[in-house]
Design a protein around this ligand. Structure first.
Ligand SMILES: C[S@@+](CC[C@H](N)C(=O)[O-])C[C@H]1O[C@@H](n2cnc3c(N)ncnc32)[C@H](O)[C@@H]1O
Length: 405
């Protein structure tokens, strides 16, 4: 069984918190250093065979066809703050744009419609989203380039397309899961829809990668506590981790989203929780978020994705990010405003760095410099009207920046 080492890493007077699975080494921290190890790490970290759920027998094409037929009733995913994205992307009719999180393509489509000869490269790690990008390509021939992969796989994918560094006029990240992923019980992301505890955004692209069920069945209590605490910011993380481990011995391992949600409800029996809109939320919501972030190595991906954005945007090109929780937003903020060391974000704001330490000029310049100039004085948030018509937009925050070096 791998153990988790929690590294409280103090460097140049700032602290950086990271989690690392050693031994079988599934590494989770916010550094591209770790991403470089990803090919070893991500193999089969828990040394368990991945469960194959029957829901995943559907081919991407079949899934896409089913999804498209559902579109007629309601949109698959409503793009968040579409107007604000368009306003800040600084595009024109000739622009080349990279959508790092294509999803159902709402943002991309609005750009293609607004700028008549613009071209969009559309990346997503989810085969269902990739299929939708292929469908969009038939609607806009020569103007859409679908790419299947994670942020960390982008360099290889762009090389195949002959897209060079300093190539794009704007890059968009709309982080997190799409409604298509949340709303499909079979994907295992939703606390309210029953299905296998899968949560892999890649679907079955890498069948050997651990699912949420694998994590819950094999990680030890301390590992689970750290995952729930750091990625879910869950106050009762210790109690829930203990319950998950006890459940393994008392019952069969947790297999479905309902089993996990029920277990957490039984642990937090007197708790009620509400969201930003004061609506009742399930007490297991934060645990689901934590598992999803862990299973998909999301924070590493974001950190590395932003380093890649700087490499592939032209100087003067624009970065637009839409974040939905503070863990994502902190990474973006540190990249844009400059509080990084060795390509890792520092967790503490600069005003709390240890002033008693001596640093040479070069180190100070390194961790306070940034390749970005913020475009907005404050983050943009959705209007009340948007939140009312699309409650999923309620926590969205847009940041925009220009690449200056
Ligand atoms: C919020 S949705 C994007 C929705 C999209 N903007 C639209 O208008 O339909 C986020 C998408 O990003 C994808 N995604 C998340 N992390 C990714 C990563 N590291 N690499 C590639 N795609 C990722 C997810 O699979 C999901 O489809």
């Amino acid at each position: 069984m791998p153990s988790v080492t929690y590294l409280y890493h103090s460097r140049l007077g700032s602290n950086f918190v990271c989690l690392k699975f050693i031994g079988h080494s599934l590494c989770v921290d916010s550094t591209n250093r770790v991403v470089r190890h990803l090919s070893n790490c991500i193999g089969n970290p828990f040394n368990v065979s991945a469960r194959k759920f029957s829901n995943y027998k559907e081919t991407p094409e079949a899934l896409s066809a089913r999804k498209l037929s559902e579109t007629k009733e309601k949109p698959l995913h409503i793009p968040v703050m579409k107007e604000e994205v368009l306003e800040n992307a600084g595009l024109n009719n000739e622009s080349v744009f990279l959508d790092m999180t294509f999803g159902a393509g709402g943002h991309t489509q609005s750009i293609l419609d607004k700028y008549s000869s613009s071209k969009a490269y559309c990346l997503d790690r989810d085969p269902v989203a990739y299929q939708m990008a292929c469908d969009l390509q038939t609607k806009y021939p020569e103007r859409v380039v679908p790419l299947l992969g994670k942020f960390s796989e982008l360099p290889g994918l762009l090389k195949e397309q002959d897209a060079r560094q300093n190539y794009f006029d704007a890059i968009l990240f709309d982080f997190g899961c799409s409604s298509m992923q949340f709303d499909e019980g079979g994907r295992g992301f939703s606390v309210s829809k029953n299905g296998p505890l899968d949560m892999r955004m890649d679907g079955n692209r890498h069948p050997q990668n651990p699912t949420a069920a694998d994590v819950l069945a094999t990680a030890d209590e301390h590992d689970l506590y750290k995952i729930f605490k750091v990625y879910g910011e869950e106050k009762k993380a210790r109690k829930i981790a203990r319950a998950v481990v006890e459940a393994r011995y008392l019952f069969t391992p947790l297999q479905t989203t309902r089993e996990l949600a029920d277990l957490i409800s039984s642990v937090l029996v007197n708790e009620t929780r509400t969201d930003k809109l004061d609506r009742h939320t399930h007490v297991a919501t934060k645990i689901f978020q934590a598992l999803r972030i862990f299973v998909n190595n999301e924070l590493n991906e974001i950190n590395y994705g932003l380093l890649l954005a700087q490499r592939y945007l032209r100087i003067g090109g624009r970065l637009i990010t839409i974040c939905f929780h503070s863990l994502e937003d902190l990474i973006v903020k540190r990249h844009i405003t400059g509080n990084m060391t060795d390509n890792e974000i520092n967790m503490l704001p600069l005003q709390y760095v240890d002033n008693s330490r001596w640093h040479d000029r070069q180190s100070i310049d390194e961790f306070t410099s940034s390749h970005w100039q913020p475009l907005l004085k404050h983050v943009l948030v959705p209007s009340d009207y948007e939140v009312e018509s699309n409650p999923r937009s309620r926590s969205a925050k847009i940041r925009a920046a220009v690449r200056v070096s």
